[in-house]
Design a protein around this ligand. Structure first.
Ligand code: NAD
Length: 497
């Protein structure tokens, strides 16, 4: 199955059938790939090649660069089923979500193609006669991309599509748990490059296989002016200071601990559906997964009851075969979830669900029932991101208290309120409301569209990817003052003669 998919996607067998890096599918733990990690010398050579590619690519006009991204988007449309299925095989999310991830790649390609004709600066009035000022945007250089297992392809595409139209070359270190999808994306991009013609330089995009070490090499190398890294806050804490120490630029997309405030005026049918998708979808392994439900005391018991009923009816199983919840990525993730549930019980929380499923059928597949954990306070356990389907339920009495709870965690990625009261809704998205990068009304915290900037504050890292004016991060800004007069007046009226 995997071999047929890889063949159709254009990945040669020798790229994933030999080597020391063993890749297993979380569906049943079987081995689906063996890859050879890059050596330090190979990483250095790749950076060198990326720099050469950049020097050529930056001279290709931006709308023409957009044409390459258009062709890549066509490849993705053509191979959506295969790439979506490969995402499911490799990271275990259900097929619908695997396909959704590829659709998100197609969407960002469309956005980037349009953007390639809109890399615009400003003209600025000068205080001096016969002068004008403007702001220009120029290509930046090789972009180092480090990505996480749970969204193996879309975040790469958010960065890659924009960076390519901005005139940059790409160096991608995918998660060691999901390198096959990276090889597949690279193969599709190479097909687009072949169709595009000679002005796409060799090594415009490269994949670097390995665990942390090759990523660390990218992070430390001053020839890579921008590092865009998606993953845990632990990872961001390690790499952020290193990039800063060499005055590099970084986009950090790190952990989330996302809340929903559920008010008495909310449409509860809608809210329960939203909770279900955002708390248990992707088996709780989205950065934007709903992890904290802050519900008004007057409806708390009813909502918890409805959720328990809904949770009991969810199908858990093979993500290729129509279930709603697939497996956790690996045993480590399962153990971390169980440790947290044990601690919650010891602290007196009421725990519903959370047990292992299908263990006999798949001893190496870690399927779990999603858990609801009713707590009385937002303690350290709740304030931490556990990357598994655990939904903490907390009560509140007035909106200020609910907003304070929403904000009182170290992370600041996504948040939402369910209400039909316009005052509550507008307060939540105002300056005194949610402190997160994403704040929604009557929509769950996950499942963002590519048109808006994506990312979060505080320990989520502060980076933004995808839409809005994010393209500027992949370019360098230059201010130009042009004197078309025959005089040389100095700014601020300074006399120097
Ligand atoms: P992880 O931090 O274990 O690994 C992410 C990537 O970083 C991998 O490619 C890994 O090899 C690399 N890495 C780890 N340490 C490194 C180091 N010191 N130097 C260089 N590279 C290093 O994360 P994961 O388990 O793959 O993903 C889950 C985490 O990612 C969760 O915390 C989740 O919230 C977060 N995430 C965030 C976003 C977002 O957009 N904010 C999106 C997806 C996932």
């Amino acid at each position: 199955m995997i071999n047929a998919i890889m063949q159709r996607l254009g990945v040669a067998a020798e790229q994933y059938q030999q080597g020391d890096l063993v890749v297993t599918t979380p569906i049943d733990g079987s081995v689906i790939g063996r890859l050879t990690p890059a050596t330090p010398d190979q990483v250095d050579a790749a950076i060198d090649a990326a720099q050469q590619a950049f020097l050529a690519w930056r001279e290709v006009p931006a709308p023409r660069r957009g044409e390459l991204v258009r062709l890549f988007g066509d490849q993705l449309r053509r191979h959506k089923e295969d790439l979506g299925a490969l995402v499911t095989w490799e990271c275990g999310k259900i097929l619908q979500e695997g396909l959704g991830e590829v659709q998100e790649m197609i969407d960002i390609c469309d956005l980037a193609v349009g953007q390639s004709r809109q890399l615009f600066g400003l003209t600025i009035a000068s205080e001096r006669p016969g002068h004008h000022m403007r702001e220009s945007w120029h290509p930046l250089g090789p972009v180092g991309l480090i990505t996480a297992f749970n969204f193996p392809v879309a975040p790469w595409a958010w960065n890659a599509a924009l960076a390519l139209v901005c005139g940059d070359s790409l160096l991608w270190k995918p998660s060691e748990k999901t390198p096959l999808t990276a090889l597949a994306c690279q193969a599709l991009l190479e097909r687009a490059m072949a169709e595009f013609g000679d002005d796409a330089p060799a090594h415009l995009s490269q994949v670097i296989i390995g665990e942390r070490e090759p990523g660390e090499r990218l992070v430390n190398d001053p020839r890579v002016p921008l590092i865009s890294a998606t993953g845990s806050t632990r990872m961001g804490r390690e790499i952020g200071p290193r990039v800063a120490a060499r005055f590099g630029r970084s986009i950090l997309e790190l952990g989330g601990n996302n809340a929903m405030i559920l008010t008495p005026s909310a449409d509860l049918d809608m809210a329960v559906r939203a909770i279900l998708f955002s708390a248990v979808g992707t088996a709780g392994q989205r950065c934007t997964t709903l992890r904290r439900l802050v519900v008004h005391e007057s409806i708390r018991a009813e909502v918890v009851e409805r959720l328990k009923q809904a949770y009991a009816g969810i199908s858990i199983g093979n993500p290729l075969e129509g279930s709603l919840i697939g497996p956790l990525i690996d045993r480590q993730a399962f153990d971390a979830m169980q440790a947290v549930l044990t601690q919650a019980r010891e602290q007196g929380a009421r725990v519903f669900g959370g047990e292992r499923r299908l263990g006999e059928q798949h001893p190496e597949g870690y399927y779990v029932a999603p858990a609801i954990v009713e707590v009385e306070a937002q303690d350290e356990l709740v304030r931490n991101e556990t990357f598994a389907p655990i939904l903490y339920v907390l009560g509140y009495s007035d909106l200020d208290e609910a907003i304070a709870l929403n904000n009182d965690v170290p992370q600041g990625l996504s948040s939402c309120i369910f209400t039909t009261d316009v005052r509550e809704a507008e307060t939540f998205v105002s300056a005194v409301g949610s402190d997160c990068g994403i704040a929604n009304v009557n929509i769950g915290p996950s499942g963002a569209e590519i048109g808006g900037a994506f990312g979060g504050e505080k320990e989520t890292g502060g980076g933004r990817e995808s839409g809005s004016d994010v393209w500027k991060t992949y370019m360098r800004r230059q201010t130009n003052t042009v004197n078309y007069s025959r005089e040389l007046p100095l700014a601020q009226g300074i006399k120097f003669d």
